[in-house]
Ligand binder design. Structure first.
Ligand SMILES: C[C@](O)(CO)[C@H](O)COP(=O)(O)OP(=O)(O)OC[C@H]1O[C@@H](n2ccc(N)nc2=O)[C@H](O)[C@@H]1O
Ligand SMILES: Nc1ncnc2c1ncn2[C@@H]1O[C@H](COP(=O)(O)OP(=O)(O)OP(=O)(O)O)[C@@H](O)[C@H]1O
Length: 272
């Protein structure tokens, strides 16, 4: 079975408070985008448990630590299904705040559920996904949502960026999520993001913020430069996604072709 685990961007992100368990309560809007990996899972004719191979962008770390493999082990411990061969084409940069690994894991859970008719409900799948990472559960419904808690409590929102254009830029900087959280001084926002996002997109620039930007920009001015360049190119709204290092611009029409980002990973297109 072939699936295309997609990335997300965060539209606004408030880090509200640190919790006793070390995690942080946040407010954010997750918006799925078209950039995706390719995940193939087939019943294996050769192995007795599972095989995993990965091509495309080379993922650091041990393959056993890949979130896809962790998702596999999580279901294997509670459900019966035959041996499988898993292959991934990695196209979503990691250390980018795009949730690529989380999406791979969520799609892996869904694939196994569907291929082997495990009959796990979407609600239960979200709970299983939460064991793999805070960003994982959102990829089960995979719709724009307002999220609270550690990013796992969802309220549907009526928000469509259909017809707008995205330009996404990822410099060659890996921002580690735990390190990014450790640099933040959490603060309850005066006005909730769920209200601010109802304003016209042209006003987001002045009110919708990502709390990670302050400390990440201070450490890596190059990332702030990308955001400024996107505004200079005519973006109606620009922001770092999640804990970085990717930065996106939202445009009312196709952004002008430019050489300025030639050293970076760049993607984009019309939004859904
Ligand atoms: C920055 C975001 O991408 C915004 O969507 C997410 O909050 C990050 O989610 P993620 O990468 O899935 O994070 P996890 O793999 O669950 O956690 C990695 C580390 O980030 C920190 N972490 C993560 C999520 C959260 N709400 N509070 C945290 O403090 C914790 O130190 C945790 O050990
Ligand atoms: N399938 C996967 N794709 C990408 N990274 C993975 C995957 N499985 C495990 N990882 C690990 O996750 C790390 C990236 O996590 P990090 O939270 O820093 O980045 P991110 O861009 O916010 O991505 P995500 O939200 O998917 O975790 C990588 O360094 C890699 O070791």
């Amino acid at each position: 079975m072939l699936t295309y685990p997609n990335a997300k961007i965060n539209l606004g992100l408030n880090v509200v408070e640190k919790r006793p368990d070390g995690y942080h309560n946040i407010e954010t809007i997750f918006y799925p985008i078209g950039l995706s990996d390719v995940l193939q899972v087939e019943v294996s004719e050769t192995c007795t448990d599972y095989s995993f191979s990965s091509s495309g962008i080379q993922i650091d770390g041990d393959p056993e630590d890949n979130l896809i493999v962790k998702a596999y082990h999580l279901l294997r411990s509670g459900y019966q299904f035959p041996p499988i061969d898993i292959s991934l084409i990695k196209q979503i940069p990691f250390g980018a705040g795009l949730g690529g690994g989380s999406s791979d894991a969520a799609f892996m859970l869904e694939t196994l559920n569907e291929m082997f008719q495990l009959k796990i409900t979407p609600g239960r799948l979200e709970k299983i996904a939460a064991k793999l990472g805070a960003d994982c559960p959102v990829f089960i419904k995979n719709k724009p949502v307002f999220a609270t808690g550690i990013g796992n409590v969802f309220t549907p929102i009526k928000l469509s960026l259909k017809g707008y254009f995205l330009l996404l830029v990822k410099p060659d900087i890996h921002v580690s999520t735990p390190v990014a959280y450790s640099m933040i001084d959490p603060q309850k926002p005066e006005v909730s993001l769920s209200e601010l996002i109802l304003k016209p997109i042209s006003e987001w620039k002045n009110v919708v913020k990502n709390d990670f930007e302050k400390s990440v920009f201070a450490k890596y001015p190059e990332i702030e430069n990308i955001k400024n360049t996107l505004y200079n190119m005519g973006a109606i709204y620009a922001s770092m996604s999640g804990s970085g290092s990717s930065v996106y611009g939202i445009f009312e029409s196709a952004p002008p072709k430019t050489e300025v980002f030639q050293d970076y990973f760049v993607t984009g297109g019309e939004l859904d």
